[in-house]
Design a protein around this ligand. Structure first.
Ligand code: NZQ
Ligand code: ZN
Length: 386
């Protein structure tokens, strides 16, 4: 096991009416001017916006609205938020939304307190921000686990990069499954698949012998698969939605990563696909995963075989590790079809095939992947996804 230090800065308020417990307590600790950040308007339609404004007003806060944070948030939007935060003298940022809103706010929190350009600071100088406006998160779409980490995935339209930028941690996160109930079924499923992807990509990193983190990941993966299946017959099932919401946070709160170097090759490819096509994150992952895994499993056959047995519950008896690994990948591909996620880029509505080479040429090749992929092989993988 790799050495580690573990401590967590985010206090989680989970469950029904969690905002009513969290906000009065947390708002008492912060300054007067609160930036209320949200997306394209779902929070207004669902009533969440009015509820949160009520708590803010009860606490005597002045509200600065920062709206229109788009799925796959752009760096331009980050700059807009940072300028607004400075102009209005914002003391605290409250992100209300899914991964996109929360991620955008993590970097607004950093950019608002420095004159240096955060993108240049991180990607040119390799220096990471340490000062932030404080922030909190109210989750309305689960899957990314963004509420419990300080990594933000931001699209820089000038450079055609969708990259992980380090920003602020939320000091608290509100996870009320009721706030996700208005989410369209398609987004619920693609979000839950994102959680499965995070768990698989962590599990398939190194060390390649089983660790406690991996055994916890197996439980998270089984839980996600089981609860997605519950939702297929009962989309608003409270228990399943609750389990998936916590699984989402569990996959990205560092617990599964303890002592590990993660893989995350599928994510790196999907992020660049997102940079060029603005596609849905969970859907892109669903297409890439089985194809990528068919290309790499031989280099991590023991891990793939164990995942087949422990997660997909495929009997091992009489099978070689390779056979078992292949059956596990097929079970994943079948599951993706069963839950209505796409299996090809064309099914996702991507029409411009020329993006594939751009993605292959620009995506990060991760150190934690069991196979050292060449750019030619990534292009082959992407072409198989077509
Ligand atoms: O913008 P609004 O109107 O709010 O609509 C959103 C958006 O269109 C809608 N939505 C959210 N909550 C809703 C709702 N609609 C109805 N009812 C609700 N309660 O859902 C749509 C998608 O929202 P978005 O936040 O984009 O989805 P998600 O949570 O999947 O986040 C995706 C982003 O997170 C990044 C992805 O790359 C992508 O940019 N990721 C962040 C990670 C992290 N920080 O740890 C890890 C992930 O791997 C991922 O890369
Ligand atoms: Zn993801």
């Amino acid at each position: 096991m790799k050495d580690f230090i573990y401590s967590y800065p985010t206090k989680v308020y989970f469950g029904e009416k969690a905002a009513g417990k969290a906000l009065p307590a947390e708002l008492a600790k912060i300054g007067k001017t609160v930036m209320l950040a949200y997306g394209g308007g779902s929070v207004k339609r669902s009533g969440v916006y009015d509820e949160i404004c009520g708590y803010l007003k009860d606490a005597g806060k002045e509200i600065v609205d920062f709206s229109g944070i788009m799925p796959n948030p752009t760096y331009k939007k980050v700059k807009e938020g940072a300028a607004l935060a400075r102009e209005k003298g914002v003391d605290f940022i409250l992100a209300v939304g899914g991964g996109s809103v929360i991620d955008c706010c993590k970097i607004v929190a950093a950019q608002a307190v420095t004159d240096q350009d955060i993108w240049e600071m991180e990607f040119k100088d390799h220096v990471y921000p340490t000062d932030f406006l404080p922030m909190g998160a109210v989750v309305t779409a689960s899957g990314t686990g963004a509420e419990m980490n300080n990594g933000a995935v931001i699209t820089n339209e000038d450079t055609n990069e969708k990259a992980g930028v380090l920003g602020a941690y939320a000091s608290f996160a509100v996870l009320d499954p009721a706030y996700t109930m208005s989410l369209p079924a398609k987004q619920v499923i693609s979000g839950a698949f994102d959680t499965l992807s995070h768990s698989m990509e962590t599990y398939l990193g190194s060390p390649r012998d089983i660790t406690l983190s991996d055994e916890i990941a197996e439980a998270v993966m089984r839980n996600v698969i089981r609860n997605i299946r519950v939702l297929l017959t009962d989309m608003n099932n409270w228990e399943a939605r609750s389990e998936l919401m916590w699984a989402s946070a569990m996959a990205e709160n560092g617990i599964l990563k303890i002592g590990k170097v993660t893989d995350f090759q599928a994510h790196q490819i999907e992020h660049q696909l997102g940079a060029y096509t603005d596609c849905n994150h969970g859907q892109g992952l669903a297409v890439i995963h089985p194809v990528l895994y068919r290309h790499m499993y031989k280099d991590g056959v023991k891990q793939f075989a164990r995942m087949a047995e422990k997660v997909w519950e495929i009997p091992a008896e009489g099978k070689s590790q390779e056979e078992l690994a292949k059956e596990g990948i097929q079970a994943l591909a079948d599951f993706i079809q069963e839950i209505g996620l796409p299996s090809t880029f064309t099914e996702m509505g991507i029409t411009d095939k020329s993006v594939l080479k751009k993605v292959a040429d620009t995506c990060n090749l991760t150190a934690g992947c069991c196979k050292k992929l060449s750019r030619e092989e990534v292009l082959e993988i992407l072409e198989e996804c077509w």
